[in-house]
Ligand binder design. Structure first.
Ligand code: PGA
Length: 253
């Protein structure tokens, strides 16, 4: 059975104090969940990883990074390597978040290199995929998602594929308050799982967690996560408020 997974992507928000306070509130608030079967991760900006990592270190809350660079070291000004993320205690790393693809121009090829470098560096990648509104309106959702999943996981053998989490985040639902309906989410999640079965096999596809992201809030989290192929959520805005994030975690249990 796939263990539910709720991750909070803080994006470019918080400062050192409010970040640590938020992390502590999440660590404390999720302490009652110890032993329950849910993975919780916080994903702060790079500069707060260490402080936030310390704040959650004695809890079951995992630490993730919002991005990674695929080279091991060297003259790559401004970039952060897999080993650096491991060094500050990261377990997870987002690869190909839609803001990186669409605001910062990241290609499928770069996203794939990041997925492979994460795994090689002992990190667990969360491959983010999702269509733009015009792509959905043009009936191209499956085509876009298939391309992003196939390209994102290119050259990744079956032995490592189970370490990947996929996050389906329709771009039109991110930060807009316009969530996909549970049916829309389930439809794409089932499509992704079928695709993974084609690329690997049924057993592996049944193991890989597929999270939904895009305006997940306490009042819609439960219905989304109760769909059979929705294994958790990647939460942006609502992960910045401890009560809201804790309610979403609770909804995933
Ligand atoms: P949102 O962001 O919850 O604010 O829509 C989700 C995400 O981008 O991961």
């Amino acid at each position: 059975m796939r263990k539910p997974f709720v991750a909070g992507n803080w994006k470019m928000n918080m400062d050192s104090q409010t970040g640590v306070d938020l992390a502590k509130a999440i660590a404390d608030g999720s302490a009652d969940l110890a032993g329950t079967d849910v993975t919780v991760a916080v994903i702060p900006p790079f500069v707060y990883l260490q402080a936030v990592g310390q704040a959650v270190s004695s809890s079951g809350v995992a630490l993730g990074a919002q991005d990674i660079y695929f080279e091991e070291k060297g003259a790559f000004t401004g970039e952060i390597s897999p080993a650096m993320l491991k060094d500050v205690g990261c377990t997870y790393v987002l690869c190909g978040h839609s803001e990186r693809r669409h605001v910062l121009g990241e290609s499928d090829e770069v996203v794939n290199k990041k997925v492979l470098a994460s795994l090689a560096g002992g990190l667990l990648p969360i491959l983010c995929v999702g269509e733009l509104l015009e792509e959905r309106d043009a009936g191209k959702t499956e085509q876009v998602v298939e391309q992003q999943v196939r390209a994102g996981l290119a050259n990744l053998g079956a032995e490592k594929a189970s370490a990947v989490t996929v996050a389906y985040e329709p771009v039109w639902a991110i930060g807009t308050g316009r969530t996909a309906t549970r049916e829309q989410a389930q439809e794409v999640h089932a499509f992704i799982r079928k695709l993974l079965a084609e690329m690997y096999d049924e057993n592996l596809a049944a193991e890989i967690r597929i999270l939904y992201g895009g305006s997940v809030k306490p009042d819609n989290a439960k219905e989304l996560m109760s769909e059979p192929d929705v294994d958790g959520s990647l939460v942006g805005g609502a992960s910045l408020k401890p009560d809201a994030f804790l309610q979403i975690i609770q909804a995933g249990v």
